[in-house]
Ligand binder design. Structure first.
Ligand SMILES: Cc1cc2nc3c(=O)[nH]c(=O)nc-3n(C[C@H](O)[C@H](O)[C@H](O)COP(=O)(O)OP(=O)(O)OC[C@H]3O[C@@H](n4cnc5c(N)ncnc54)[C@H](O)[C@@H]3O)c2cc1C
Length: 509
């Protein structure tokens, strides 16, 4: 396991130690996989070593290795299959949420237990709520000092072995509160609480010996001290936890990549066809080169995101990218590994096909990869909105070229006629585009109201087309054909490259 240069000495030592620990327990994990048994004995050893406390601050009994430490643990324990998944959901069932939203008493109580290895689970998904996580129907109502939880959760990893369940429930039906995402609250429910039961364990591809199932909350009473964060702050608690979840969830899938690459290299150096080792075929080499590239890229984004979180920065976009790349690369690596090992790759004895199933699970859990793309677009796009250039007609070349976005119209009196000329001039450079109201504000130096007044007046005179948003507000404007005619004579818009002579063809002759 290659350490990153920015890791601390402790993190590097932790990674080395875990690598050895995991190698030692790999055969037992493989046996458990084949026997379809949850490897509780290995989990106990992980607990004894204190690895569940990887990210937990020392004052609560942890190792204080941050999100980076959690990723190192997830990456390595992921090689032990079920152990890694249970480690991850245990972290997800409270670690980040308690650190950021818990009271000091809650941190002392729960983080200390987590550091000792208490198994946890995170409970968001329900029969009614999947990708649309805000639409949970499980309710929590306040009765005296207690909350009464009623509802169901499904697809919960760790359901059964976990002792601590981090549950999101609805605490308001007010449409206005729901519109502001203030209707959810986060709670911790412990195994053994009356009315709380396990309903079903799923048979899932890729989760051969990982318990994942349905939970039933039948008027489960819990004390108010088990509420994490304010009443109505559940969405903030959930989404901040989800960034961490996506990150460690990607690390656990990524952990398998390195072993598979080693397996493929080992295999192709020993398999001979056409009097050559199959590692000598360039198509196999190219596939292995891709796998190495993906492995390095996946780890890079994982640990870069962890570093951002550890330094207190927002990493929502990066966490989604980490999840997207780790899971997509896992599937592609698994598929290519099968192709390189061909018939042997299809046997379950060489565990390369397992990575395809693992990757597929990864593409769906913690928000599907489509949802990650929505997040990456919606949040990522904000960093790209500041466009310092725009296409303008260069006075010498008389063609549109990328120019600094400073306006030749500023300081001039902007009448309706000038506004029309501005829109017509933009047509010369960007014939297919509208100008936004902000573009026009920048271009004219006018305030929004004045710009809207001018483009509305031009619209009434049928000289521009104004584009409106769903609420009917004008957001963009563009000169129409009559507007272009009024703004400038036809020659103003003409441009012909040097190799083209319109007069030769009988135009303007
Ligand atoms: C193995 C496994 C482990 C899991 N572990 C847990 C756990 O521990 N805790 C927990 O709470 N949940 C868990 N889940 C649930 C998981 O998070 C959900 O399955 C996931 O969020 C998707 O929800 P869904 O299955 O209901 O799909 P749906 O939401 O029904 O989505 C169906 C399809 O529509 C697409 N889609 C949905 N909305 C949009 C949109 N707005 N735009 C574009 N496409 C969209 C999705 O990408 C998907 O392809 C687990 C699931 C699995 C399979």
């Amino acid at each position: 396991m290659e350490p990153f240069p920015w890791w601390t000495e402790q993190q590097k030592k932790f990674a080395e130690e875990l690598y050895k620990f995991v190698n030692e327990h790999m055969p037992a994990a493989e046996k458990a996989f084949w026997a379809r048994k949850f490897p509780m004995d290995i989990v106990r050893k992980v607990q004894e070593k204190g690895y569940f406390g990887a990210g937990i601050p020392k004052r609560y009994g942890g190792m204080e290795l941050g999100a980076t430490g959690c990723c190192i643990a997830a990456e390595q324990l992921g090689r032990l299959y079920a152990v890694g998944h249970v480690f991850v959901v245990s972290m997800l069932g409270g670690y980040h949420q308690l650190l950021h939203f818990g009271t000091e008493e809650q941190k002392k109580k729960w983080l200390t237990k987590m550091a000792k290895g208490q198994l946890g689970a995170v409970c968001i998904t329900e029969p009614f709520a999947g990708s649309d996580a805000a639409s949970v129907m499980t309710t929590a109502r306040k009765e005296g000092d207690e909350w009464v939880i009623m509802g169901r959760k499904r697809f919960i990893t760790g359901a059964g072995p976990a002792d601590r369940y981090f549950v999101y429930a609805k605490t308001s039906d007010d449409p206005e509160v729901i519109r502001r995402y203030g209707h959810l609250t986060a709670f911790i429910v412990e195994k053994g609480t009356p009315g709380f039961s396990l309903e079903k364990i799923n048979e899932l591809i890729g989760f051969e010996n990982v318990p994942n199932g349905y939970l039933n909350f039948d008027d489960v009473r819990i004390p108010d001290e088990n509420r994490v964060g304010d009443v109505g702050a559940g969405w903030a608690v959930m989404t901040s936890g989800l960034n961490f979840e996506r990150l460690v969830g990607s690390a656990v899938v990524g952990g398998g990549l390195e072993d598979i690459i080693k397996m493929v290299i080992y295999y192709t150096n020993r398999r001979v066809q056409f009097k050559q080792q199959t590692s000598r075929f360039v198509n196999n080499q190219f596939k292995i080169a891709d796998m190495i590239t993906w492995n390095k890229l996946a780890r890079l984004i994982t640990y870069y995101t962890a570093m951002l979180l550890d330094s207190g920065q927002n990493a929502a976009v990066e966490a989604s990218i980490a999840k997207l790349l780790n899971t997509d690369y896992a599937i592609q690596t698994g598929l290519d590994a099968v192709q390189i090992m061909a018939g042997d790759g299809l046997t379950k004895f060489y565990p390369v096909e397992r990575l395809v199933r693992e990757g597929k699970i990864g593409q769906i859990v913690a928000g599907t990869n489509e949802i990650q793309k929505l997040i990456i677009y919606r949040m990522g796009v904000l960093s790209y909105l500041d466009m310092p250039f725009r296409l303008r007609i260069d006075p010498e070349l008389e063609i549109p070229i990328l120019s600094l976005d400073d306006s030749p119209w500023k300081g001039k009196e902007i009448t309706e006629e000038v506004m029309l000329k501005i829109l017509a001039e933009d047509y010369r450079a960007n014939p297919g585009l509208y100008m936004t109201i902000e573009d026009l504000q920048k271009e004219t130096g006018l305030g929004k109201e004045k710009v809207l007044e001018l483009v509305s007046a031009l619209e009434q005179k049928k000289l521009v087309v104004n584009f409106r948003d769903s609420r009917g507000n004008i957001i963009m404007s563009k000169a129409n054909y009559e507007g272009l005619r009024r703004a400038y004579p036809p020659e103003h818009y003409r441009y012909f490259p040097s190799w083209f002579d319109p007069e030769e063809l009988g135009f303007f002759g």
